[in-house]
Design a protein around this ligand. Structure first.
Ligand SMILES: [Zn+2]
Ligand SMILES: [Zn+2]
Length: 213
């Protein structure tokens, strides 16, 4: 059994997540761009051990706080290798968006499509969904899906940044996410959460009506 605590942090309404196995008191922290102290405080208050720092992708707003979290709480940072170049360009990303400089975690471990990351007595599945960035992934446990910037409520991740591709993003969503079923909760990297079914039916970019437009 897993649970999670979402925290909406920073100027871009980024969603960070603390995924927890309450029985094992183990946690995985997903995507901290801004206000890492809020995440650190929440993990400490709950008395959790951080095993993993998981990145859905390596854009600044999902990575910049990870090193601070790691220095305070530990945990291995993991990212799909196709996003390593973005991680190395973190300084340029900061400059491009007028954000303060940041250092990535010192050590980066890979994530692979189809891998199951253990947390307590459970596992979290890795689903490679390129398109917003080359190494974008979603994380799945049962009918919960943490989607990063792959899919939003009524929108999709932008595809005009380096390594982005609308065709690839559409294929990822249609072939990797929709088949998982309409009932899945989609915990997005920004803004409100949604469900796979709602986006499959109504999303203006990748929903049922999108191809008719
Ligand atoms: Zn992004
Ligand atoms: Zn983002």
């Amino acid at each position: 059994m897993l649970t999670h605590r979402p925290l909406r942090l920073g100027p871009l309404e980024n969603n960070s997540f603390i995924i927890v196995d309450p029985a094992a008191r183990e946690a995985a922290v997903v995507d901290v761009g801004f206000e890492p102290e809020a995440v650190i405080d929440a993990v400490r208050a709950a008395g959790l051990t951080v095993r993993w720092l998981l990145g859905t992708h390596a854009h600044y707003d999902h990575v910049a706080g990870m090193r601070t979290v790691q220095e305070a709480l530990g945990g291995d940072y993991r990212l799909h290798p196709a996003d390593r170049p973005l991680l190395e360009w973190l300084g340029q990303q900061a400059a491009a968006f007028g954000l303060p400089p940041a250092e990535p975690p010192a050590v980066v471990h890979d994530l692979a499509d189809g891998e199951r990351v253990p947390l307590g007595g459970e596992t979290i599945e890795v689903i490679h969904t390129p398109g917003h960035s080359p190494g974008g992934v979603c994380f799945r446990w049962n009918d919960w899906l943490w989607v990063g910037d792959t899919l939003f409520a009524g929108s999709i991740g932008r595809t005009d940044l380096p390594g982005g591709s609308f065709e690839e993003l559409e294929r990822s969503i249609r072939t990797r996410l929709y088949p998982l079923g309409d009932d899945l909760q989609a915990f997005t990297g920004h803004g409100p959460f949604t469900t796979i079914g709602r986006e499959r039916l109504t999303n203006p970019f990748v929903g049922e009506g999108a191809r008719l437009a």
